[in-house]
Unconditional design. Structure first.
Length: 581
C-alpha cells in the first residue's frame, strides 16, 4: 500500500500541482539536502500537507480524513490507548455499530490494525490522514488528562491544607508530611503534567500569598497553575527527600537529582533549590533517558553548512566547538555528532555534567565536584583510556581549555561546548583562558554557533515585507546579504527581491495556542581556514574574524533564520527574539 515515488511524481504533474521541471528540481534539492521528497514539498510550501495526503489517498484507494478542529468523543478516542496511538500514529475517531474508523499516517501498518481489531472486537476501517490531524487528536488525550490532573491537584491540596491547618512545622513534621499521600500525589502530578506538556523545566516559585508553578515549553516559560502558599513547605520537603538533600537547610542553595517514571519513559530530574525572600524556589530540569540522538539534518543543519560539518568530522584529530547560550541545544548537537562517529572502530569517551542521554558503546562519565571529579580531572584521566574521540561537556576554565587543546594536539578528536554569542567569539574567549593562539590555530577544525527557534504549527498566515518592515529589519542585519543568501538557497528567483519573499505569521489554534509547536536550530558554521588561522595567531578581534569568515562564504545565524522563515518553518520574529536576547 506504499505510494511509489515515480507514481507520486507522475500524479503530482498530472493533477497540475507542479509542472515537470518544478518536480525534477524539487527532487534534486531533496536528494542534495538528504530529505525525503515529500518533506521538501511541504517545508518549501510547494504543496500543502492536506493536498499531498489527499493525492496519496487517491492513489492508494483509501478514503482521506482531516481531523484538524474535530472534537472526538472521549469514549471513542480511548478505544485505542494513548501509548499505542502515539507510537503508531493511529486515532479512533468514529464508531458505528461494529465498525471503528481509524485515521492513520501509514495505512499499510496492517499489524497494528489487526491488533486493535482483535482487542476492541471491532471491524477496523483505515483512513489516511495528515500528521497535523494526528497531533490534534493526541492533544485531546492530553486535555482529558489535564482535567483529571486539575481535579487531583485541587482534591489533594484541600486535603493537605486540612491536615496541616496551614502550619509549616519542624523538620520532623516536614519529613512526615513529605511522605504522606497528598503531597506525594501533588508532586507526581506536577511532574506527569509537565511531561505531557513537553516541558523541559518546572519552576515552583513561592510568593507572599500563593505559589506559582511554571513550565518551560519550547524555550518559553508559561504559567500553568497557582497553588496555596501554605503547602509550599510540604512540596519543598518532598522534593528534598526525593533528591536526597538536607531537609533542615533553608539558608543555602542545594542541588540534587532523582529518577522519575512516567508510563514507559524514564526521566532523570535535576533539582536546584534556591532560598528567596518568601521561601525556597525550586527548578527541576526533565531529561528523558529514552531520548535518542537525532540527525544533524533533523536538528536544522542543511546545505553547505551540513557538508562542511560532516567533512570536518572525518578528520581524526583536532577540535570541534559548539557555542551558544544556556538552553541553545549545544549538547544535543554534540550527541548527534557522536552518533555519526560511533562505530566499532573507534573508542569514544565523554565527561559530562549531566549525562543527558545514554548512548550505547560510548563511555560516559558524570562530573561530581563533591568528590573532586571535575571536567579537568576527568579529562586528565580520559586521555589515559586510549580514546579516539573525547567529548568534554563544557570548557569552563583555563585548566580544562589547556587539557582539551593538548588532547587534540596529541592525536585525539575533541568535541566541546563554550558559552559565546557567535562562532567567532569562541576564539578570543579561549585566548582569554590563556590558550596560546598558535596552539589554537593548530587544533581548531570548525566552530558551530547555534540558537533554537520555535517552529510554526500547520496553521500560518502569509505576508510580505513592507518598506517600514525593511527599515526596522535593516537595524539587525544586512538585507542585501540576506537577499543574496535566499537566492543561493533557491528560496527566491534571481530576479526577485526580498520584498517578493513570502514570510509567515503564527496562527493560534486549539492544539497550538501561540501558533508554534516544537523547535529547530539556526546555525552559523565557521570553517577554520588558513586565513582564519593566521588571524588567530595575530590575535585579530572576533569582529574581524567574523567578517573574514563571511567573505569566505559563512552563512550567519540570522541569515540561516531568514531562510527557515522564508520556507515557512519559523518566523522572523522568532529569529530576532533568540538572536537579540
Amino acid at each position: 500500500m506504499k505510494v511509489d515515488l515515480k507514481q507520486l511524481k507522475s500524479s503530482i504533474i498530472e493533477m497540475g500541482l507542479l509542472n515537470k521541471k518544478q518536480c525534477e528540481d524539487a527532487s534534486k534539492r531533496a536528494e542534495k539536502n538528504h530529505q525525503s521528497f515529500e518533506d521538501l514539498l511541504i517545508i518549501e510550501g510547494l504543496i500543502s500537507q492536506n493536498k499531498l495526503s489527499n493525492l496519496k489517498a487517491f492513489i492508494l484507494g483509501v478514503p482521506f480524513v482531516n481531523l484538524e478542529g474535530v472534537i472526538i468523543l472521549p469514549e471513542i478516542l480511548k478505544i485505542i490507548p494513548e501509548p499505542i496511538a502515539r507510537t503508531h500514529n493511529i486515532i479512533a475517531f468514529r464508531k458505528d455499530s461494529n465498525n471503528l474508523e481509524v485515521a492513520m499516517i501509514n495505512p499499510e501498518d496492517l499489524a497494528t490494525v489487526d491488533f486493535i481489531g482483535k482487542k476492541a472486537n471491532l471491524r477496523i476501517l483505515p483512513r489516511l490522514t495528515t500528521p497535523d490531524s494526528i497531533k490534534n487528536a493526541l492533544g485531546q488525550y492530553q486535555k482529558t488528562l489535564e482535567k483529571e490532573f486539575g481535579n487531583i491537584i485541587k482534591k489533594e491540596t484541600d486535603d493537605m491544607l486540612i491536615k496541616t491547618d496551614g502550619k509549616k512545622g519542624g523538620d520532623e513534621e516536614l519529613k512526615k508530611v513529605a511522605e504522606e499521600l497528598p503531597i506525594i500525589k501533588i508532586v507526581d502530578t506536577l511532574l506527569k503534567h509537565a511531561i505531557l506538556q513537553g516541558a523541559s523545566d518546572i519552576h515552583i516559585e513561592p510568593s507572599e500569598k500563593e505559589m506559582i508553578v511554571r513550565y518551560r515549553i519550547d524555550g518559553i516559560l508559561r504559567d500553568v497553575m497557582v497553588l496555596p502558599v501554605l503547602i509550599n513547605s510540604g512540596i519543598v520537603a518532598r522534593i528534598k527527600v526525593l533528591s536526597n538533600l538536607k531537609l533542615d537547610e533553608h539558608r543555602l542553595p542545594q542541588d540534587g537529582r532523582f529518577k522519575f517514571e512516567s508510563g514507559e519513559d524514564n526521566y532523570s530530574v535535576r533539582v536546584s533549590i534556591l532560598p528567596i525572600f518568601d521561601g525556597e524556589k525550586i527548578v527541576m530540569r526533565l531529561l528523558s533517558e529514552n531520548t535518542q540522538a537525532i540527525s544533524l539534518e533533523q536538528l536544522g543543519l542543511s546545505g553547505a553548512a551540513l557538508d562542511m560539518v560532516e567533512g570536518k568530522l572525518r578528520k581524526p584529530v583536532g577540535m570541534t566547538l559548539v557555542t551558544g547560550p544556556t538552553g541553545s541545544g549545544k549538547t544535543t548537537t554534540l550527541y548527534s555528532v557522536l552518533e555519526i562517529l560511533n562505530t566499532s572502530q573507534v573508542n569514544i569517551s565523554t565527561i559530562e555534567d549531566p549525562v543527558e542521554y545514554r548512548i550505547p558503546r560510548i563511555n560516559q562519565t558524570q562530573v561530581n565536584s563533591k568528590i573532586g571529579l571535575t571536567f579537568a580531572s576527568g579529562l586528565r584521566s580520559l586521555v589515559r583510556q586510549d580514546p579516539n574521540v573525547i567529548m568534554v561537556g563544557e570548557i569552563r576554565d583555563n585548566e580544562t581549555a589547556s587539557l582539551a587543546i593538548n588532547a587534540s594536539l596529541t592525536g585525539h578528536l575533541v568535541l566541546s561546548t563554550l558559552h559565546t554569542i557567535s562562532a567567532a567569539g569562541a576564539i578570543p574567549r579561549l585566548i582569554d583562558m590563556e590558550v596560546e593562539p598558535f596552539l589554537l590555530s593548530s587544533t581548531l577544525n570548525i566552530i558551530i554557533a547555534q540558537r533554537l527557534v520555535r517552529k510554526l504549527s500547520s496553521k500560518k498566515e502569509k505576508y510580505t515585507l513592507k518598506n517600514e518592515d525593511l527599515k526596522n529589519l535593516s537595524k539587525y542585519c544586512d538585507l542585501d546579504r540576506v537577499s543574496r543568501v535566499l537566492k543561493e538557497e533557491k528560496v527566491i528567483k534571481t530576479k526577485d527581491t526580498i520584498k517578493d519573499v513570502v514570510f509567515y505569521h503564527p496562527q493560534p489554534s486549539p492544539e497550538s495556542p501561540d501558533g508554534y509547536s516544537g523547535r529547530i536550530g539556526i546555525y552559523e558554521v565557521l570553517n577554520v581556514t588558513e586565513t582564519i588561522k593566521e588571524m588567530i595567531v595575530k590575535r585579530n578581534t572576533s569582529d574581524e574574524i567574523q567578517a573574514q569568515a563571511q567573505k569566505e562564504g559563512m552563512k550567519t545565524m540570522i541569515e540561516d533564520g531568514f531562510v527557515k522563515a522564508a520556507r515557512g518553518i519559523t518566523t522572523i520574529e522568532e529569529v530576532l527574539r533568540v538572536i537579540m536576547d
